[in-house]
Design a protein around this ligand. Structure first.
Ligand SMILES: O=C(O)C[C@@H](Cc1ccccc1)C(=O)SCC(=O)c1ccccc1
Ligand SMILES: [Zn+2]
Length: 167
């Protein structure tokens, strides 16, 4: 089922997600709903925090055809490169806002899959950006918080105006 995505500055986006205790059918259904919601947006990633579920679950699919779904349960970055890359980021919780964010160029990630089995993978490029962006969400952080307070205030004003026009 499609899940409603929380929009900045909703305070629930700042809640810290808890680790998943048991990878069971409830979690597998959540993953299915998150993937459906991500593809519908469309996006290349989605964190459970964004759909108001405060558990450490992330889905990512950076493939062109949208047929390479990655499921990250209790994900951890176990290594980060010193060199960084700047990438123009967007966010499904901050629609219409794009800005440059500097992050580690390569990361090594450890996570559980839908069966609860542990796996690791190396990421660079867009995948590295996306993993770091999604893990920020699980820590209650939205990408705009990397920007100056001047820019953040302008974004809040713009989002409020968008909300008024829609209402
Ligand atoms: O808000 C989110 O977490 C989803 C976000 C993740 C992200 C990935 C990479 C850079 C920044 C943010 C998005 O998917 S934003 C939409 C987007 O980047 C995109 C959408 C469709 C095709 C390609 C990219
Ligand atoms: Zn986001």
């Amino acid at each position: 089922a499609l899940l409603p995505i929380l929009h900045f500055p909703d305070p629930r986006l700042h809640k810290v997600a808890k680790p998943v205790e048991q990878v069971d059918d409830r979690i597998r259904q959540l993953v299915k709903d998150m993937a459906e919601t991500m593809y519908d947006a469309p996006g290349v990633g989605l964190a459970a925090t964004q759909v108001d579920v405060h558990e450490r679950v992330v889905v990512i699919d950076i493939s062109e055809e949208g047929n390479e779904l990655r499921v990250l349960i209790n994900p951890e970055i176990i290594w980060k490169s010193d060199d960084t890359q700047v990438y123009e980021e967007g966010c499904l919780s901050v629609p219409g806002i794009y800005d440059k964010v500097e992050r580690a160029a390569q990361v090594k990630v450890k996570a559980l899959n839908e069966k609860g089995e542990e796996y690791t993978f190396d990421a660079d490029g867009l995948l590295a950006v996306c993993v770091q962006h999604e893990l920020d969400h699980l820590m209650g952080k939205v990408f705009v918080e990397h920007l100056s307070s001047l820019k953040q205030n302008r974004i809040k004003t713009k989002i409020r105006k968008q909300a008024k026009e829609k209402a």
